[in-house]
Design a protein around this ligand. Structure first.
Ligand code: PGA
Length: 251
């Protein structure tokens, strides 16, 4: 089973309309269309503009978060159907900034994963431990629990399409990266968990991205690991050149 790598740019709360569309155009013009699949996650308000740049191209776009309800009195929130309405294919769910800065629980994240599939989106479910949890030897326990609650409401057929992103919290935006061996170890553990929960076939289909200070200088080594199927890139996704260098490293 060969999984096609997914290299995704999480633009977070950065850029403005002009820079967001220029970045999308630059990625479109500089990518060949083969090799790794590419997706970008602009701020909600630029999704439409970015989608127009990328439409009828192989590059996908998605939301950085969503609400689990389809509509209703949820001031400031965005629903899955709203994202599909703008042509989104993916949605990031349970990013560590959502969990740790905005207090999202693993249970809430699970509801969002189920709602994403319901809306026809592919969720990118983020899991990862803090530095305290790693030092305490709790990494496996933490990521297994996040994964278990994340997939609690989905069917095995949906699980096959899921994307998981392992993002150690201590490596996000810090310049510190897990070593390829540290990352591979957790990725293999996650795939082992998925094998037990579903089947070898299903686990072999699920893409597990690594995220946390991925940059052109460390991407090739990380992406060469057996169970690392792409990258979720923050800082280095904001420049065409560095993002495309990471895409190229995923070949
Ligand atoms: P970073 O962010 O690449 O800037 O560390 C990764 C992420 O948060 O997805």
């Amino acid at each position: 089973m060969t999984r096609r790598a997914l290299v995704a740019g999480n633009w977070k709360m950065n850029l403005d309309r002009e820079r967001a569309t220029a970045l999308a155009r630059g990625i479109l013009e500089g990518s060949s269309g083969d090799g790794a699949e590419i997706a970008v996650f602009p701020p909600f308000v630029y999704l439409d503009a970015v989608g127009r740049v990328l439409e009828s191209s192989p590059i996908a776009w998605g939301g950085q978060n969503m609400h689990f309800a389809t509509s209703g009195a949820f001031t400031g929130e965005i629903s899955g159907p709203m994202l599909t309405d703008l042509g989104a294919r993916y949605v990031i769910v349970g990013h560590s900034e959502r969990r740790h800065v905005f207090g999202e629980s693993a249970e809430l994240v699970g509801r969002k994963v189920a709602a994403a599939f319901e809306a026809g989106l592919v969720p990118v479910l983020c899991v990862g431990e803090t530095i305290e949890q790693r030092r305490a030897g709790e990494t496996r326990q933490v990521v297994f629990d996040q994964l278990a609650q994340g997939v609690a409401g989905i069917t095995p057929e949906q699980a096959e399409k899921l994307v998981v992103a392992y993002e150690p919290v201590w490596a996000i935006g810090t310049g510190e990266t897990a070593t390829p061996e540290q990352a591979q170890e957790v990725h293999a553990d996650l795939r082992g968990w998925l094998t037990e929960r579903y089947s070898r076939e299903t686990a072999a289909r699920i893409r597990i991205q690594y995220g946390g200070s991925v940059k052109p200088s460390n991407a090739a080594e990380l992406l060469a690991q057996d169970d690392i199927d792409g990258a979720l890139v923050g800082g280095a996704s904001l420049e065409v050149e560095s993002f495309l260098a990471i895409v190229a490293a995923a070949r």
